[in-house]
Design a binder for this molecule. Structure first.
Ligand SMILES: Cc1cc2nc3c(=O)[nH]c(=O)nc-3n(C[C@H](O)[C@H](O)[C@H](O)COP(=O)(O)O)c2cc1C
Length: 374
């Protein structure tokens, strides 16, 4: 009987399904609901020391639907980090620890480029008993105007330094959440891991423009007639996320063995999760999927992942983590393999034996002839 139980950076989880930072982890009530519904861990909505600087607008989401079925496949948001006061969060995290001592709550935090602020937020949040930290270096809209979020994640030297500040005072695991809005996410992961982080999480949202209204000629989502590019998530980003997770996983395999990887981007089912784990994820995060389907969707996801494991006789997550990475190669190697395979097929078509195991007693003379020069 396979098990979904897993331990990542010393954090014990009943399963690898984690609520990704965003609206599904935005206050104590909904975090409690996620724990009760059986999520392996919950990452809270990103918090900072001074919430008074956080002012959201509405509407702040725009969705992309398929023409025929009207299914939502893409989701743009221009939402900022949490606008709830820091002390309210500290009190709530303390209460959650009392109410759910076994629930795994991970704090997503973000600050400006000041060592004192990063040290303060890590120390004060750590005292609440959270299981770990996720450093948000990746929010692509709004916060970069204040040199935070993706503005830090796009500067490897700064991210490396900030990871050092955070891990210098953290006594619990620290993950760096990376932005996909870079040329090489592996070099971002390298900066974070060499800066001391225990793991990386990828991806945050991809900077996008959802569309332009052909009646008003205004781009969406329109706020008083104007907009900003926002962060793209949901199933449409999954192939890009899979590629980026694969690149982070290869870096970890080759340069930082033992460090962890939390995979994110368009995950809505156990089959999606299996693919991210096959490409190296220790855990899988779901954000937009919960906004579409509700917290209960984790039940079906867990069943589906268990069915996949049973089918392939995998007993634990560890047994298939990164399994499919071995099947990536270079294009030149694909060409070589195809040429070899075609040559073997041509030889077989002429009746020639290509491998010794192909000799057959009834065709022995014919096979010998096919191999003869004259
Ligand atoms: C409305 C919304 C708000 C989000 N807020 C945050 C946030 O505060 N901090 C953060 O690190 N990521 C945030 N994210 C990004 C998600 O955690 C996740 O990285 C991204 O949406 C891709 O995963 P998904 O396709 O499962 O949503 C937000 C995403 C959405 C859709």
């Amino acid at each position: 009987m396979p098990t979904l139980q897993t331990t990542v950076d010393g954090i014990k989880m009943s399963n690898p399904f984690v609520i990704g930072s965003g609206p599904p982890g935005t206050n104590g009530n909904v975090i409690g609901k996620a724990i009760e519904d059986g999520w392996g861990a919950v990452i809270i909505k990103t918090i900072s020391l001074d919430a008074s600087k956080v002012v959201n607008v509405a509407p702040r989401y725009a969705r992309l639907r398929t023409e025929k079925s009207r299914e939502i496949i893409g989701w743009q948001n221009i939402e900022l980090i949490s606008d709830r006061p820091f002390q309210v969060w500290v009190d709530e995290l303390n209460r959650l620890k009392d109410k759910y001592p076994d629930g795994v709550v991970i704090a997503s935090v973000m600050e400006e480029y000041h060592k004192d602020k990063w040290v303060e937020i890590i120390e004060r949040v750590q005292a609440t008993g959270v299981a770990g930290f996720e450093l948000n270096f990746s929010c692509p809209h709004g916060l970069p105007e204040r040199k935070m979020g993706a503005a830090m994640g796009q500067d490897n030297a700064i991210m490396h330094e900030v990871c050092g500040w955070a891990t210098g005072v953290a006594k619990i695991p620290v993950w760096a959440k990376l932005t996909p809005n870079v040329t090489s996410i592996a070099s971002s992961a390298d900066a974070a891991l060499s800066g001391g982080c225990h793991g990386v999480a990828a991806i945050n949202t991809i900077l996008c423009v959802m569309g332009v209204d052909l009646e008003t000629l205004r781009p969406e989502p329109t706020v008083e007639g104007y907009t900003v590019p926002g962060g793209y998530s949901c199933t449409a980003v999954r192939p890009i996320a899979l590629r980026m997770v694969k690149e982070c996983a290869e870096l970890i395999r080759d340069k930082f063995p033992g460090r962890s990887l939390s995979a994110i981007g368009g995950i809505e089912s156990g089959k999606d999760a299996a693919q991210f784990i096959l490409l190296g994820g220790d855990t899988v995060q779901v954000c937009t999927g919960v906004m579409k389907m509700g917290y209960g969707c984790v039940k079906g996801m867990k069943d589906e992942l268990l069915n996949f494991m049973t089918k392939h006789k995998f007993e634990t997550i560890e047994q298939f983590k990164g399994y499919s990475l071995q099947y990536f190669t270079t294009h030149a190697d694909l060409v070589r393999r195809q040429a070899e395979s075609k040559a073997a097929a041509t030889a077989r078509a002429s009746g020639a034996v290509v491998k010794d195991g192909e000799w057959q007693s009834e065709a022995f003379v014919k096979q010998s002839d096919a191999l003869a020069r004259n």
